[in-house]
Design a protein around this ligand. Structure first.
Ligand code: ZN
Length: 62
């Protein structure tokens, strides 16, 4: 099995981990009801996608 010849320096370890942060979620706003929605997904509050009701909305309080 291959074994590292040199110990990874703290600087190199930090450089490697500099990409480990999580990206904030991409948020857009529904043109139908102006609620925040994730892109390429049906709006969770009004069920619209691509300008039509793609999914019927459930009644609140179930
Ligand atoms: Zn909507």
């Amino acid at each position: 099995m291959a074994v590292p010849k040199r110990r990874t320096s703290r600087a190199r370890q930090g450089n490697r981990r500099s990409h480990h942060h999580a990206k904030p979620p991409q948020v857009q706003y529904c043109p139908q009801c102006n609620e925040p929605v994730l892109p390429h997904r049906v709006c969770p509050s009004c069920g619209y996608y691509q300008g039509r009701e793609a999914v019927p909305v459930k009644v609140e309080g179930k």
